[in-house]
Write a protein that binds this ligand. Sequence first.
Ligand SMILES: [Ca+2]
Ligand SMILES: [Ca+2]
Length: 286
Amino acid sequence: MFLSIVATVYSLSLLLFPVHGNTCSGDSNCEDIVTMPLLDGLRATLKADLDVKNMNDHLKTYISLEIKKGFENAMNDVMKQIVNKGIDEINTTIIAAIQENLAGIWKGVTYIRWGRKGCPAGADMIYTGQVGGNAYSHKGGGVNYLCLPNDPEIGQHQPYDNDQVYGGEYELGSSRKPSGWSESMHNKEVPCSVCYKQRHSAVLIIPGRKTCYKGWNSEYHGYLMSDHYGHYKKDYACVDINAEPLDNKNGDENGALFYPIRTNCGSLRCPPYTNEADVLCVVCTK
Ligand SMILES: [Ca+2]
Ligand SMILES: [Ca+2]
């Protein structure tokens, strides 16, 4: 405050009143002393000898401080702009990364695991249920196996005939079962599960292999099965190597049947295949 008043008085004085001359006395440096005209309330001119060097020092300090303050303020503004711009750019990058990640999370594939009541580790189970399909003795209609949920929503009863959804049943015998399977599953019903694999974009079922190719993840492997060739056509299904029954009931109701199948060389090249062998399969995701 003091410096400001001094500087203001000094500046105004220099502007309003010319310096008439220096008065030097004693040890004072004549260049540092100026005679300043002053005004009193009676408008009478007074004169005073002022030590200009001292005032100059004050002014220099004041100006330096003002310049420093101005520079600091300007720099602060520039730095704020740079920092804000940097933060905006970082935010944009983070948001883009999050969105990309979320997009990856939302991506996924589904597949059916035939013969099991649960999904492999790493896959989410959408639902589990019972295999259904058309009866082995029906000439026409649907040929694919169905994975029917255990908690169905029931349609209206109808009078017409065209029954095409039966239960799926293992058709095994002592000499007709996949290697390692128990004959005790004969005539028992087939369970299934619908599985969801997050962060994957493709599912591939490979017949004739039990391992996936490089870069693919094995969900499960097992035996390729279908209905008997003497029956009407049915789809192929990759049934889990560790297939289980739906429950302990083993009544011979038939319906959509599951027989083990085997190879037949000729048009099928052997090698690499072998005649009359189980057909392996694997379900892969990527
Ligand atoms: Ca049965
Ligand atoms: Ca049967």
